[in-house]
Design a protein around this ligand. Structure first.
Ligand SMILES: Cc1cc2nc3c(=O)[nH]c(=O)nc-3n(C[C@H](O)[C@H](O)[C@H](O)COP(=O)(O)OP(=O)(O)OC[C@H]3O[C@@H](n4cnc5c(N)ncnc54)[C@H](O)[C@@H]3O)c2cc1C
Length: 311
């Protein structure tokens, strides 16, 4: 297997796949490494209604169409790839993943963001120990039809996803928010309030999970009074926002104080030949179109960088 590429793209969301399309069309040898499945957050989006050329398109359908285009252009794609180590600072970039050594002259980082995990007691991410903790209603909601779920997070995502779960046939839903009010749009709050099998509580945190092989119940605690209550629960859906998952780039790429990878307006990082695109960058608007735009610029600049190197 030839593992030498012109460009390696880390992360196959819409930013990474768009970069791959541009790079492959420039006749470059391109590899996408994704730790999950390509498509990233768009896989989690039921319907996309702001993608020019589609009035409305399912997130998974949109991803499939982009993937078909990537595949047709001969881009190599490794999904479920586990990146063990990387050396990005040299002229030749070296990435070790799943016992394979990949090399390239340019790298585009497009690893997006990850959900903020639910911390309970001393456990920093309860999803690591409990299979019934989820971050995506579309992906995992169907398993809870006729069951009881807890939604954590009182912002727009929490309320929107709670409504999506109820629409799938959840028997009973409780939404909790730790702060003293909800942050979702009033319309979303009103929609949930209309559902007889849903309740929303602010000033409430998850104090404990009770499992015997599977999740059976949770202890909810009122943060003002300290009063606790055990609540039967088959699954937990966490929507507490997103954060960049950039730990693997620590010490190699410059980041801002929140862990987003810093770039100039042409997507160049502080390391020659390494570019970043999409939600992993500090930016005000994180959308599919803005991620695609970043991917476009990163690929064109990576191509220009490779041409300059060849001279
Ligand atoms: C619930 C929700 C709904 C949304 N709805 C819309 C909408 O309707 N319209 C719109 O325009 N925008 C929407 N957005 C925003 C939009 O989805 C994102 O801005 C966009 O998808 C970001 O693309 P990206 O490629 O930068 O990152 P991501 O989509 O996050 O993709 C990153 C990819 O990198 C991979 N990855 C992460 N870490 C690693 C690693 N260490 N190694 C290898 N691979 C890695 C991930 O598996 C993932 O596939 C929504 C976002 C959310 C959360």
């Amino acid at each position: 297997m030839n593992t030498a590429y012109d460009i390696i793209i880390l992360g196959g969301g819409v930013a990474g796949m768009t970069a791959a399309i541009y790079a492959a069309r420039a006749n470059l040898r391109v590899l996408i490494l994704d730790e999950n499945a390509c498509g990233g957050l768009v896989n989690w989006t039921k319907v996309v209604e702001n993608m020019p050329s589609y009035k409305s398109v399912g997130g998974m359908e949109l991803v499939q169409r982009i993937q078909d285009q990537v595949e047709a252009l001969g881009v190599d794609v490794e999904e479920a790839a586990c990146i063990d180590s990387m050396e990005l600072t040299g002229t030749e970039k070296v990435i070790e993943a799943d016992d394979t050594t990949y090399t390239a002259k340019a790298v585009i980082v497009a690893t997006g963001r990850k959900p903020v995990p639910l911390k309970v007691g001393n456990v920093a991410d309860v999803a690591e120990n409990c299979e019934q903790v989820h971050f995506c209603a579309i992906c995992d909601g169907a398993a809870y039809v006729g069951k009881r779920v807890l939604v954590v997070g009182g912002g727009n995502s929490g309320f929107d996803e709670a409504i999506a779960l109820l629409d799938q046939g959840i028997k009973e839903l409780v939404l909790v928010e730790k702060m003293d009010r909800f942050f979702a749009a009033q319309t979303a709050q009103d929609q949930l309030a209309c559902r007889s099998n849903a309740t929303a509580r602010h000033s409430t945190e998850v104090a404990a999970l009770h499992c015997d092989g599977a999740l059976r119940s949770v202890t909810l605690r009122n943060v003002d009074t300290g009063q606790e209550e055990e609540c039967a629960c088959d699954g937990i859906f966490v929507f507490m926002g997103q954060q960049p998952g950039t730990e693997i780039f620590q010490g190699q790429l410059a980041m801002d104080e929140s862990g987003y990878i810093q770039t100039d307006e042409l997507m160049a990082t502080n390391v020659a030949g390494v570019f970043a695109a999409g939600d992993v960058r500090p930016k005000k608007y994180r959308q599919i179109t803005t991620a695609m735009a970043d991917g476009t610029v990163a690929a064109l600049e990576a191509e220009r960088f490779l041409r300059t190197m060849a001279c």
